[in-house]
Design a binder for this molecule. Structure first.
Ligand SMILES: C[S@@+](CC[C@H](N)C(=O)[O-])C[C@H]1O[C@@H](n2cnc3c(N)ncnc32)[C@H](O)[C@@H]1O
Length: 241
């Protein structure tokens, strides 16, 4: 896969191939390279909005279904989860995790979230962890409109993404770590260092969730920004009135 040093590529076919290639190493790399923070931020993302027994949850860009067990426990056997990811290898892992560890019905759909065709009002909660950075600003606006349509009235949303901290003293070492150290760790864990380098490029271009927060507000949702660990991750939480 050709990797640009400067500009991330937002073509869904490129992103699909990137994550198909990373699927074998993503789980362990994610845990080790984030020192466990990724797991903590996912939990904070889920707990940032009310999730009730029986809710219908939609997990966008589910990856290996990392948040499915926690979300499943919160909604119980009366709830249901639909999880979407564009990468077939990630979906395979998500199906495995869902069948082992989730107490409610789970449907894993291999699809582009920008063109999903789910019925209006069919989700009580929309969640998403670490999927926004590989979307362009325009794509995030498309996604925000879809989330608005799919959420039932009173439905909640919570998104989280790795971000560039505002503080200079944190930003410089953190971005050095994302751009230079993580690719080396990727190589150590038998991943392709270029793919892991690209994640740092996407994060640098993404910045933080402030633009996504504006996009969800433009789509008609009541939203507010959230910051996790001094802005090393940020999020958007909100509801459809
Ligand atoms: C960094 S991973 C995050 C996975 C997981 N949610 C987590 O918490 O680790 C981003 C995921 O988003 C998926 N993705 C990116 N763009 C997508 C799109 N347009 N439609 C569906 N999935 C997409 C990728 O395939 C990948 O599995």
């Amino acid at each position: 896969m050709a990797v640009s040093n400067h500009l991330p590529c937002y073509d869904p076919a490129f992103v699909r191939q990137l994550f198909d290639e990373m699927a074998a190493t993503y789980g362990v790399m994610n845990l080790v390279s984030s020192f466990g923070f990724a797991r903590r931020w996912r939990r904070q993302c889920i707990r940032a909005v009310p999730i009730r027994p029986g809710d219908r949850v939609l997990d966008l860009m589910t990856g290996m279904g990392e948040i499915l067990p926690d979300a499943g426990r919160m909604i119980g056997s009366d709830g249901s989860i639909t999880a979407i990811d564009i990468s077939s290898r990630m979906c395979q892992e998500a199906r495995r995790r869902a069948s082992d560890r989730v107490p409610c019905p789970v449907q894993i759909i291999e699809a582009d979230v920008l063109s999903i065709d789910l019925p209006p009002g069919s989700a009580d909660v929309v969640l998403s962890s670490f999927g926004l950075k590989t979307l362009s600003s325009d794509q995030i606006r498309t996604l925000a409109r879809r989330v608005h349509d799919i959420l039932a009235p009173g439905g909640r949303l919570s998104f989280v993404e790795i971000s560039v901290p505002r503080s200079y003293w944190l930003r410089v070492p953190y971005m050095f770590y994302l751009r230079r150290v993580i690719p080396v760790l990727g190589a150590l864990f038998l991943g392709n260092p270029d793919n892991y380098r690209l994640l740092g490029v996407y994060t640098g271009a993404f910045g933080d969730c402030s633009d996504a927060c504006r996009a969800f507000a433009e789509a008609g949702l009541e939203v507010e920004p959230v910051s996790y660990f001094f802005g090393c991750a940020t999020g958007v939480i909100g509801r459809k009135s």
